[in-house]
Design a protein around this ligand. Structure first.
Ligand SMILES: Cc1cc2nc3c(=O)[nH]c(=O)nc-3n(C[C@H](O)[C@H](O)[C@H](O)COP(=O)(O)OP(=O)(O)OC[C@H]3O[C@@H](n4cnc5c(N)ncnc54)[C@H](O)[C@@H]3O)c2cc1C
Ligand SMILES: NC(=O)c1ccc[n+]([C@@H]2O[C@H](COP(=O)([O-])OP(=O)(O)OC[C@H]3O[C@@H](n4cnc5c(N)ncnc54)[C@H](OP(=O)(O)O)[C@@H]3O)[C@@H](O)[C@H]2O)c1
Length: 510
C-alpha cells in the first residue's frame, strides 16, 4: 500500500519533497500555514494588516548563488534570465516549478501544524489547525518530512541598556526597504549577508550608516563575480577534489584582496576556508566613500541622546534605529526538541563550541527516529534548492526501501565524527553543526541513491569531451527529465540530460 507522507511547509524544500513523493508513488500531504507557496521567497511588506510577515527577505535582495547553481535539476532556471535573481524572478520561478509539476493540489494552505508526535507503532500523529475553521484536527502518517525552514525566529543579541534606549530597535527579519530611513542615522549590527545587504541598501536613504562587528575584524567578503566568473562557477569537480582546500582558499583570498583592499585594521585574520564568508560587492565602495563606517562590538546602549558606547571606548550619538542583523535560531515548535538536537548529552558535549546544534545523520535523519527527516537544514553550502531536492530524493529512496540506513549507533558515530571534523577545520565563529560542503555532500547522497556521475560511465556513454565538462566545468545540477528511478545504478540523471543547453551554458562560462 502506498505510504502517506506529511510534509510540513511549502517553501522550496517542501515543493521539492512533494514532487519526489509523487515521482515515487508516495502520497504526500503538505501543510502550509501561509496562503502561498515559496516560504521566505515571497516578499511581504510589514503593514497594519500584516505586522508579522513570514518572510525574512527584503525588497533589494539578490540571490547570492548563481542561477546555474541555484536551480532545481530537472527544471532549469531560464537561460536568458540574469545570473543572480531578484525577488520577482525568484517568485516567478517557484510558481513556474509548482505549475509545471502540478504540486498545488497536494498542499493544504492556511493550515498550521501544531504538534507532531510519535505513536507506539512508529507512525506519526500530526495535529494541525485550519486557520478559518478554528478547530484542531489530526491525521496519522507513515513518515514526516520537515520542510519548515530555519530563517524565521530572530536571534536577538543582549546588551546592557537595550530596554532604556530611546531610538528604534528592530531585527533584520523586519527590515524590508530603505523607505522611511531618509536622513536617519542607522547602526546595523552583524556582518553576515543580511547585515551587509541592509547596510548597503540603507546608504541610498539614511544620512549615515554604521556597522557594528563584534569580532573587531571583517569576515572574508566575496563579491558575486570573481575574476570575471560567477563565484560559484569557479569550483569544478577537479578543483574540489584535486586541489587542497587550503590552496583553493588562498587563491580566492588573493583574488579578493587584489580587487578589494580591506582596511588593514579590519582585515580578516582566519583563513577563508575555516570561516563562513559573506557575499557582497557594493560594501567596499561604501567603506571607501565613508557611507558605511565600521564600529566594534556594542558595550552599552544609553538612555540619553540615543547614545551608544562601544567596547573601544568610542561613542555614537543620535542613532535613530539599530537593526540587529544577527541571524536566526533553528526552531521547530511543533516537535519535542530532543528529536532533532539529540538530547542533553550532545548539548553538554558540543553545545559550548557549536551553534545550530542538531544531531542528524547526513543532515537529514535523527538516528533514533529514522522515519522523520529535516530538509533544507544546511548552511554555508552554496545553493540550498538543489540540496533540498537531492535530500528529497534521498529520503524518498529510503522510504521506498531502495537504500538502507545504518544502525542507530553507526549513525551516531558518523555524526560525532562530522562534529569533530568541523571542530578541527573551522574557527569558532564558523562552527555550525549544519555546515557542509556542497560538492562532497551532494556526491555522497548521489552515490548512495545511484545517480553519481562516474567518470568511466560518462566517457563510455558521452565521450571524453563531455567528461571534461563534467570534471572541469561548474558543478551545476542542471539536467532535464530526472526519472527518480533510484534502483538504476547507472546514469539515469545523465540519460535525459539536455546536452545542448548544458554545453552552451558551460561554454559561456568557461
Ligand atoms: C535573507 C535570505 C537570503 C537567502 N538567500 C539565499 C540564496 O541566495 N541562495 C540560496 O540557495 N539560499 C538562500 N537563502 C537560504 C534559504 O533559506 C533557502 O534558499 C530556502 O528558501 C529555504 O527554503 P525552505 O523551504 O527550506 O524554508 P522556507 O522558505 O522558510 O519555507 C518554510 C515553509 O514552511 C512553512 N511552515 C513553517 N512552520 C509551519 C507550520 N508549523 N505549519 C505549516 N507550515 C509551516 C512556512 O510558512 C514556509 O512556507 C537565504 C535565506 C535568507 C534568510
Ligand atoms: N543575498 C542573499 O542571498 C542573502 C542575504 C541575507 C541572508 N542570506 C542567508 O540567510 C542566512 C542568514 O543570514 P544572516 O546574515 O541573517 O545571519 P547570519 O549569517 O547568522 O549572520 C549573523 C551575523 O550576526 C552576528 N552576530 C550574531 N550574534 C551576535 C551578537 N550577539 N552580537 C553581535 N553580533 C552577532 C554574527 O557574527 P559572528 O560571525 O561573529 O557570529 C554574524 O555576523 C544565511 O544562510 C545567509 O547566507 C542570504
Amino acid at each position: 500500500m502506498a505510504k502517506h507522507i506529511a510534509i510540513i511547509g511549502a517553501g522550496v524544500s517542501g515543493l521539492a519533497a512533494i514532487k519526489e513523493c509523487l515521482d515515487n508513488d508516495l502520497i504526500p500531504i503538505c501543510f502550509e500555514q501561509n496562503s502561498f507557496i515559496g516560504g521566505i521567497w515571497r516578499y511581504e511588506n510589514v503593514s497594519e494588516k500584516n505586522k508579522e510577515p513570514y518572510s525574512s527577505i527584503y525588497k533589494s535582495i539578490l540571490t547570492n548563488t548563481s542561477k546555474e547553481m541555484t536551480t532545481f535539476s530537472d527544471f532549469p532556471i531560464p537561460a536568458d534570465w540574469p545570473t543572480y535573481l531578484n525577488i520577482s524572478l525568484v517568485e516567478k520561478y517557484i510558481d513556474m516549478y509548482a505549475e509545471k509539476f502540478n504540486l498545488l493540489p497536494h498542499i493544504k494552505f492556511n493550515t498550521t501544524v501544531l504538534n507532531v508526535s510519535i505513536l507506539p507503532d512508529k507512525r506519526w500523529k500530526v495535529k494541525y489547525i485550519i486557520q478559518h475553521e478554528n478547530e484542531e484536527k489530526e491525521e496519522i502518517f507513515d513518515f514526516v518530512m520537515v520542510c519548515s525552514g530555519h530563517h524565521r525566529k530572530p536571534r536577538w543579541p543582549e546588551y546592557k541598556g537595550m530596554d532604556l534606549f530611546k531610538g528604534e530597535q528592530i531585527h533584520s527579519h523586519k527590515y524590508k526597504r530603505a523607505v522611511g530611513f531618509e536622513n536617519k542615522r542607522v547602526l546595523v549590527v552583524g556582518c553576515g549577508n543580511s547585515a551587509l545587504d541592509i547596510a548597503v541598501d540603507l546608504t541610498h536613504a539614511a544620512s549615515q550608516v554604521y556597522l557594528s562587528i563584534r569580532r573587531g575584524k571583517l569576515p572574508w567578503i566575496i563579491p558575486r563575480f570573481v575574476n570575471g566568473k560567477a563565484r560559484d562557477h569557479r569550483t569544478s569537480r577537479f578543483s574540489a577534489y584535486m586541489i587542497p582546500p587550503s590552496i583553493r582558499g588562498k587563491m580566492t583570498e588573493n583574488s579578493i584582496i587584489k580587487y578589494f583592499p580591506f582596511p588593514s585594521h579590519l582585515k580578516p585574520t582566519d583563513p577563508l576556508i575555516a570561516t563562513l564568508p559573506t557575499i557582497n560587492f557594493e560594501i567596499f565602495q561604501c567603506f571607501a566613500a565613508g557611507t558605511v563606517i565600521v564600529k566594534p562590538n556594542i558595550k552599552e546602549l544609553k538612555s540619553e541622546n540615543k547614545q551608544i558606547e562601544f567596547v573601544d571606548g568610542t561613542f555614537l550619538e543620535d542613532i535613530d534605529t539599530i537593526i540587529y542583523s544577527t541571524g536566526y535560531y533553528i526552531d521547530y515548535p511543533f516537535l519535542e526538541e530532543q528529536i532533532f538536537t539529540g538530547g542533553d548529552e550532545i548539548e553538554q558535549e558540543f553545545g559550548k563550541d557549536f551553534r545550530d546544534l542538531v544531531c542528524l545523520y547526513k543532515m537529514l535523519f535523527p538516528p533514533k527516529y529514522p522515519n522523520i527527516a529535516f530538509l533544507g537544514l544546511v548552511l554555508g553550502a552554496g545553493a540550498i534548492w538543489p540540496i533540498s531536492e537531492m535530500q528529497a530524493r534521498y529520503v524518498t529512496s529510503h522510504i521506498k526501501g531502495f537504500i538502507k540506513l545504518p544502525s542507530q549507533s553507526k549513525m551516531e558515530k558518523s555524526i560525532r565524527s562530522y562534529y569533530e571534523s568541523i571542530h578541527r577545520n573551522c574557527c569558532k565563529a564558523a562552527r555550525s553543526a549544519i555546515r557542509l560542503n556542497y560538492i562532497s555532500y551532494m556526491d555522497t547522497l548521489s552515490k548512495d541513491i545511484g545517480c553519481y556521475p562516474y567518470s568511466y560511465e560518462i566517457i563510455k556513454k558521452f565521450g571524453f569531451k563531455f567528461w571534461k565538462l563534467i570534471m572541469f566545468g561548474m558543478v551545476t545540477p542542471i539536467q532535464e527529465g530526472t526519472l527518480g528511478m533510484v534502483q538504476e545504478k547507472l546514469l539515469h540523471f545523465i540519460t535525459k540530460i539536455n546536452l545542448n543547453q548544458l554545453l552552451k551554458e558551460r561554454s559561456i562560462n568557461s
